[in-house]
Every structure is written in C-alpha cells, then in structure tokens.
Design a protein around this ligand. Structure first.
Ligand SMILES: [Fe+2]
Ligand SMILES: [Fe+2]
Length: 181
C-alpha cells in the first residue's frame, strides 16, 4: 500500500468515528441527552488517533516531502491543511475542558459542547474530502514510488513512537463502537 493510500484508509476510520460523533450531537440537540462517556471516548479517539496517529504523519512526513518536491509549505493547499488541523485541535480542546470537569454539564456547557462538536464534524469532513480529492492526488503525481515507500517506513516508525505498537487496532475498534457498527 502506498503512503497516500494508508492515509486515505485512516480517513475512512476517522469518518466512521465522525458518524458516531454526529449521533452524539443529534442526541444532544434533538432529545437533550449528553452521553458523557461516549463523548469522552470520541475525544480520546480524536486526540490519539486523528491527531496523534494521522495528522502527525501528514505534518511531520507527507507535507515536508511535498515541500521538498516543490509545494509551498506556508500557503496554498498545505497551508490550509495545517490551519485546519489547528482549528480541529481547538475544538477538541474546548470539548475536553467541558467533559473532563463535568459529569453532567449544565445548559451553557451543553450548548458549547454541541457547537464545538458540530464545528469539528463539519471541519474534519471537509478537510478529509479536500485531502482525498485534491491534495493526495497531487501528491500521487509528484512522489516517486520509492519516495512513497520511504514514507511508509517512516509512518510505521512514527506510529510506534507516538501511539505505541498495537494501539492502531484499538482505535479502529473504538471508531466502530462509536459508529455503532
Ligand atoms: Fe489533514
Ligand atoms: Fe488527513
């Protein structure tokens, strides 16, 4: 599997967790139920898998490789992707602050939780579509097969350093649980 296809596959896992997040959001907005344990689980998934496993591979490995191959690192598609990763972290931080302190958030905090969840889901889905449809196709055009191969090896190294051996599968499981599939 190529490096970009590994990332595309991880996008599918993130999308699955986002399906679960949308259910949690609907529970809040339509019936007023805040499933705090599942929201905590989604935040844990987003911090460790989406950020710790996936965004790290893009930021530390794929994007620099694209810059070496002529992409602009600050503006253009890469600049937008980096900005969106930061925005996502902000929404997750906001949600974490609320659910770590409160087992039963009040109305104000519940509304804040819902708006951050909604913003995060919207941001990430669009972000993933842009990478899948535009950036990764551009990457496939410029990265030679041997460069993709080096990236795959680097991905494996970063993953064991950042989240540890065997953790990847655990997060796949969590994404399925969140999506209820
Ligand atoms: Fe990304
Ligand atoms: Fe991505």
């Amino acid at each position: 599997m190529t490096a970009t296809n590994i990332l595309r596959h991880e996008h599918e896992v993130v999308m699955l967790a986002l399906t679960g997040a949308e259910k949690l959001l609907n529970d809040i907005t339509s019936i007023g139920t805040v499933n705090i344990e599942r929201i905590r689980k989604f935040i844990e998934f987003s911090k460790h898998f989406t950020d710790g496993c996936h965004h790290i591979k893009e930021e530390k490995l794929l994007f620099p490789k694209l810059v070496e191959n002529g992409f602009d690192g600050d503006s253009g598609p890469i600049g937008v992707m980096l900005y969106e990763h930061q925005e996502g972290r902000k929404f997750i931080r906001n949600m974490a602050e609320i659910v770590m302190e409160n087992d039963e958030p009040d109305k104000t905090n519940t509304d804040l939780l819902a708006s951050n969840l909604r913003n995060y889901i919207y941001l990430l889905r669009n972000h993933i579509n842009k990478e899948n449809e535009i950036l990764f196709n551009m990457a496939d055009n410029v990265l030679r097969p041997e460069v993709q191969e080096i990236l795959v090896q680097e991905f494996n190294r970063v993953e064991s350093e950042e989240i540890g051996e065997g953790e990847h599968e655990k997060y796949h499981q969590i994404a399925h649980e969140l999506a209820g599939s």
